[in-house]
Design a protein around this ligand. Sequence first.
Ligand code: 4AD
Length: 431
Amino acid sequence: MEAFKRAIPIAEALRRGEGYATVRGWVYRKRSLKEKVFVVLRDATGVIQLVFQRDKFKIAEDLNIESALVATGRLVREPRAPGGVELHVEKVEWAYAGEPYPINEDAAAADSEYLLDVRHLWLRSRKMQAVLKIRHTVFEAIHQYFRRSGFYEVQTPMFITAAVEGGATLFKVDYFGQPVYLTQSSQFYLEALIYSLEKVYVIAPSFRAEPSRTRRHLTEFWHAEMEMAWAGMEDAAKVGEEVISYVVEKVLQERAEELSLLGRKTEPLERAKPPFYRVSYDEAVEILRKKGVSISWGDDIGADEERALTLEFDKPLVLYGFPEKLKAFYHRNNPDRPEVTLSFDVLLPEGYGEVIGGGERIYDPVELVEKIKRFGLNPEDYQWYIDLRRYGSVPHAGFGLGVDRLVMWITGADHIRDVVPFPRDVRRTRP
Ligand code: 4AD
């Protein structure tokens, strides 16, 4: 046990570059050359090359990829080694050779499902390690942004009884014999909480029974949602652009190494500073038409249209003023132009598309009940939500940000599944 505790992080060993050190970790690469065995050891902080004299360390021969090892030796500067430093091993303190590692990069190249099947092991790859560190920083930055901007963090239930985003994507759960659902969004609960705390946010999973597999849909995703009292659509959009630029800036500062390991070009991230472009739904339809997309006013702006639109802009854009029928019932209609709502999405550039959906909510109870009925829903299902409008109701607005989609863009991933440790979609619930 003592040797485990004496070990220093590999990044620290690289910094020291001289003297004696104990390191611990997992074998990332191994190659034998005449009388020496070179092992690249990996821990959570980095990689270092270990050099074994073959005649002294028979065990070096037995090490597999991902064998665990604790070794002591002398640090020596060596420009050809990764990180410029290697450890000349003098003592193997502990080793767990294990079985030959099953991950086969050729199989991975041939079959995109393969690495998902072995995700419990693939998490050890340097690529996943970099993604997970960026995710960590993204979540930290979202919390920091909201807390520093006067929002209270709150907790909301995952078992719910009424649809926020339409019945089609609800997951039904048997709750002691009663049907309940997994939440699609914490929005309604946040709307209740603003009357206590005025500015609130939550980061929690949301669930959607998305029947198709796309590059940006999961059935379980992480949702950062905020709600503010005394606020309108533009106030919420400003918070949206601020939180995104805050997160991106922190990742650029603290995760440059990981971004470079992933081969991510940073210019598009560096440009993501407020103000983002503001594009109305009407303008978007015009832009798309000019590009030859067949779209009429009132049509949905789906993934393909979003992609085409974002390629026209060099930073994120706030797309606002969607026609009533394209957005959920709770969005307030524009009093000056009732056919459109005070709703907005934030679209990420480079073809990534929607990352935030939000807007101003209906605060008048009569208007709300009318709209619920106009949407063919039953006001009884929304009894407590309507109740909120009966007592000191105020204009308010908020949004939901898909954290996995934000990480996808920041890391430059092709697929949302690539940035989630254990992704869930229509075909996958394990590992
Ligand atoms: O646009 P959506 O459906 O909005 C809401 O749920 C609002 N009730 C939020 C609010 O105002 N509090 O979802 C918000 C965001 C999307 O922009 C997207 O980034 C993400 O959540 N999202 C998904 N991410 C991954 N997989 C899915 N299936 C997603 N569905 C939505």
